[in-house]
Design a protein around this ligand. Structure first.
Ligand SMILES: *Cc1c(COP(=O)(O)O)cnc(C)c1O
Length: 402
């Protein structure tokens, strides 16, 4: 069980650095961070030791490369320490793999899953293309439903999946209201917490059973590693671990090491992402060509008051709605940007701009807006340069829109 007596920034600096992973038995001294342990085969002294290892619970013990080495255990432990109330964390080769495996850990044929309508598109695809053929039904719900989720619950409802805020349109969900109802009815809740990270939203403390991160984004923070994690309560962690083992899921030690290195600076990076994104979001609200800014810390964002109540910060990803204009005018804005890359993913040190079309990915709600939407990932560049770049972009948008 993770220790929550230290403040989060202290935990970030100290987590996962167990003495038996940083030192050598019988020798004084220790390295600061566990090194990269690459392994497939683990060698035993004799057959008796081999049999003993095979017969024991092998979590965080050398057994075979697929079950990890101190490099991955250290990262998993650090993520567990960032989530008060957690029993453990399993690592996955991508965020999508983490989502898929977490869902498979809790759902069985005949079950029903309640899925937030603003969910990440590949999460929806997994429900439709994998769960459905296996006899698991997915019902999509309005992200602003709150305690109204109770009306959707049936005898077959086994799990509720949340993503807060949605990573295209940023509706903030009432997580405590939904998890309270789920607890009451014995339903498991899973949250995609990639945007806030446990630093700004400790999910299990808000009643969530299973917290999922695309570590690819802020944990790694440098746009060079794919990884996912699933952190769970004592009741659910054994199921998650078993599911990860059965599906043969793991991460490479080199990637785990890079993610551990990223994690140490999560606090300072997020503080800067937050400050720069807020400055740019406020500037955008003053531009006549911008109809709305979808940022949880701004009052226009659906669920803003829930963000203010439950979150201790905001990060660098948000969207804005253009005033009128079409696909071509939006492309003119994005294509000429000097300081924003055009690409998927986010959470790295560099800024990105992406055209997004939320209407395509909804079934329970209707997305209506004044114009096309652009999602920005605000990196660690000087925000004044980014604002000047967006200002020129809005001029191109006006010229193209006519
Ligand atoms: C990127 C992302 C994922 C998936 O992570 P990958 O590592 O790219 O597979 C899941 N959820 C959200 C909200 C994301 O932005």
């Amino acid at each position: 069980m993770s220790d929550d007596s230290r403040r989060p920034l202290t935990r970030l600096a100290q987590a996962g650095r167990r003495a038996d992973w940083t030192g050598m038995p019988g020798q004084p001294g220790a390295i600061v961070s566990p090194g990269v342990w690459r392994a497939s085969t683990i060698l035993y002294d004799d057959v008796a030791h081999l049999r003993k290892a095979a017969g024991s619970s092998t979590h965080e013990r050398l057994f075979y490369g697929r079950k990890g080495t101190p490099t991955s255990w250290s990262l998993a432990d650090a993520l567990t320490e960032m989530e008060p109330g957690a029993e453990g964390t399993m690592l996955f080769p991508s965020g999508v793999a983490a989502i898929a495996c977490a869902l498979m850990a809790v759902l069985r044929p005949g079950d029903q899953l309640l899925m937030v309508d603003s969910a990440y598109d590949p999460t929806r695809n997994f429900c439709e293309q994998v769960l459905k053929p296996f006899g698991i039904e997915t019902l999509y719900y309005d992200p602003t439903i709150g305690a109204g989720i109770a009306d959707l619950v049936t005898d077959r409802t086994r799990a509720i999946f949340l993503e807060c805020p949605g990573s295209l349109t940023f509706e903030v969900q009432d997580v405590p209201a939904i998890t309270a109802i789920a607890r009451d009815r014995g339903i498991t809740t899973l949250l995609d917490n990639t945007w806030a990270t446990p630093l700004f939203f400790p999910a299990l403390a808000h009643g969530v059973d299973i917290a999922i991160l695309a570590c690819t984004k802020y944990i790694v923070g440098h746009s060079d590693v794919m990884m996912g994690s699933v952190t769970a309560t004592p009741a659910l962690f054994p199921k998650v671990r078993q599911s990860a083992y059965l599906f043969g899921q793991m991460t490479s030690p080199d990637d785990a090491w890079l993610a551990s290195r990223g994690l140490r600076t999560l606090g300072v990076r997020l503080a800067q992402h937050q400050a720069s994104a807020l400055e740019i979001a406020h500037w955008l609200t003053e531009q006549p060509d911008v109809a709305r800014v979808l940022h949880p810390a701004l009052p226009d964002c659906p669920g803003h008051e829930l963000w203010a109540r439950d979150f201790s910060g905001s990060t660098g990803l948000f969207s804005f709605v253009l005033q009128g204009g079409d696909e071509a005018a939006r492309a003119a804005l994005i294509d000429g940007l000097a300081h924003f890359g055009i690409g998927y993913s986010w959470g790295g040190f560099e800024s990105l701009a992406l055209p997004v079309d939320p209407a395509r990915y909804r079934t329970a709600t209707v997305w209506q807006a004044e114009g096309p939407v652009i999602r920005l990932q605000i990196g660690l560049e000087d925000p004044a340069d980014l604002i000047a770049d967006l200002d020129a972009g809005l001029a191109r948008f006006r010229a193209t829109r006519g």
